[in-house]
Design a protein around this ligand. Structure first.
Ligand code: F6R
Length: 245
């Protein structure tokens, strides 16, 4: 039995509210907290919830530090589908976060190994209070694809065909435009967060949620590492994502 707490909700709207509230409460309680953030479709509604709370003057993000999970390689940060752009479009441009407190792995420059080491060092110095995650249909977290060592720290990865197909929807449905590599926090970095909040919506995630909650702990299914997490792991998933449980 996993210690993971599952909160089952009706649909994406409820997921965004329930998960958004969990993150909002943390920021209210600890205004100088450190958040690990994710991109993709799953957290967009949660970010909208946080923006609404900010607009209602319920919360300030001035002292919050953030660390994003990952970034594509070979895509300029100015590209609309870079994760740098995603985070600014969907969250940072709409709240009072201090840009100096924002950390996104960098795939720019000639020494990517150094970028990885620097990012892990910054993460280790910070301690993430809550890491937000989506989950790939193949069980990836961050861009840690099946087979990645649970001991991995920030690394350059080759994206699986399935992940590139899934993400082609952001690139004119053309897989050839989807980058082949990415820089991502490793599983060990993710596991170092004090708590984890994972959000999943839709039928496409049902198999992954079933394996996350009930499957064996194996590097062939990266998210299963979360079953061994020392802190709190909360999964907020909608009815479709829970349909195989
Ligand atoms: C995003 C990330 C990925 C996504 C996953 C699910 O920063 O690291 O692991 O969380 O691919 O993506 P969506 O939410 O688009 O289904």
């Amino acid at each position: 039995m996993s210690k993971i707490e599952l909160i089952k909700v009706k649909d994406y709207n409820e997921l965004s509210e329930v998960a958004g509230k969990i993150m909002l409460e943390l920021v209210k309680e600890k205004p100088a907290c450190t958040l690990g953030l994710a991109t993709g479709s799953s957290p967009i509604g949660l970010y909208q919830y946080l923006i609404k709370a900010y607009n209602n003057k319920e919360v300030s993000f001035k002292e919050v530090k953030t660390f994003n999970l990952d970034e594509y390689c070979d895509l300029p940060v100015s590209h609309p589908e870079s994760y740098y752009s995603f985070m600014h479009t969907n969250l940072f441009n709409h709240i009072d976060i201090n840009e100096g407190n924002v950390h996104i792995p960098s795939s720019v420059g000639g020494d990517l190994e150094k970028n990885c080491a620097d990012y892990s060092a910054a993460l280790n110095a910070a301690t993430v209070d809550m890491q937000l995650l989506g989950i790939g249909a193949n069980g990836h977290i961050g861009f840690n694809e099946p087979g990645t060592s649970f001991e991995s720290e920030t690394l350059i990865v080759t994206l699986k065909e399935k992940t590139r197909q899934d993400n082609a929807r952001f690139f004119d449905n053309d897989i050839n435009q989807v980058p082949t590599h990415a820089i991502t926090m490793g599983i060990k970095n993710i596991m170092n967060a004090k708590s984890v909040l994972l959000v999943a919506s839709g039928k496409n995630k049902a198999d992954a949620i079933n394996k996350l909650m009930n499957g064996p702990i194996t590097e062939d299914f990266p998210a299963s590492a979360l079953q061994n997490h020392k802190g709190k792991v909360i999964v907020v998933a909608d009815e479709e994502a829970c349909s195989l449980l």
